[in-house]
Design a protein around this ligand. Structure first.
Ligand SMILES: [Mg+2]
Length: 166
């Protein structure tokens, strides 16, 4: 069994989830991962599109969180398009995560500093906090700049019974 899976399953562990591509499926367009107006239109036009109204959650993660104390569950997401209210509403409706536990930043580079703020405010030691993201470069940055544990979102989709050896 992967050690991080054990840590994640410890009810005392604090988990900080990225949102786009982690808690919410990164399929915002009609036939594209990115919404058709994301990058192709003016920023102002895309800001007016409510991409989280009608978005899709990840059932295996919702099941994982059903038995957890949500006081130890946070979100940390890049949100430069001012979809703040709608994004917080989506993770609250689907996962029950409190809007006050959702931290939004303008750029991925801010994530390590905000993780430190979350840990300090909640009195969590680095080995009891796991940050989960779908972007390996963001995970790398957190690993380089903090002592927190990390996991790629695919940890939830793995077969935890069988390991492929050859
Ligand atoms: Mg992401």
């Amino acid at each position: 069994m992967n050690r991080i899976w054990e840590v994640l399953n410890d009810p005392e562990t604090t988990i900080v989830f990225d949102i786009d591509g982690t808690l919410i499926s990164y399929n915002y367009g009609e036939r594209r991962a990115h919404h058709e107006l994301d990058r192709d239109a003016t920023e102002e036009v895309f800001r007016g599109v409510d991409i989280y109204n009608g978005c899709r959650g990840i059932p295996v993660i919702r099941d994982f969180l059903k038995t957890r104390d949500l006081a130890r569950i946070y979100c940390l997401s890049m949100e430069p398009h001012r979809h703040d209210v709608s994004k917080k509403k989506a993770v609250n409706l689907y996962y029950g995560i409190q809007p006050s536990h959702v931290y939004l930043v303008d750029d991925h580079s801010e994530k390590p500093a905000v993780l430190k703020q979350i840990a300090e405010a909640s009195g969590v030691t680095p080995e009891k906090l796991v940050f989960i993201d779908d972007n390996s470069m963001v995970l790398r940055r957190v690993e380089e700049e903090t002592a927190f544990l990390t996991a790629h979102v695919t940890v939830f989709f793995e077969d935890h019974e069988e390991m492929i050896r050859f």
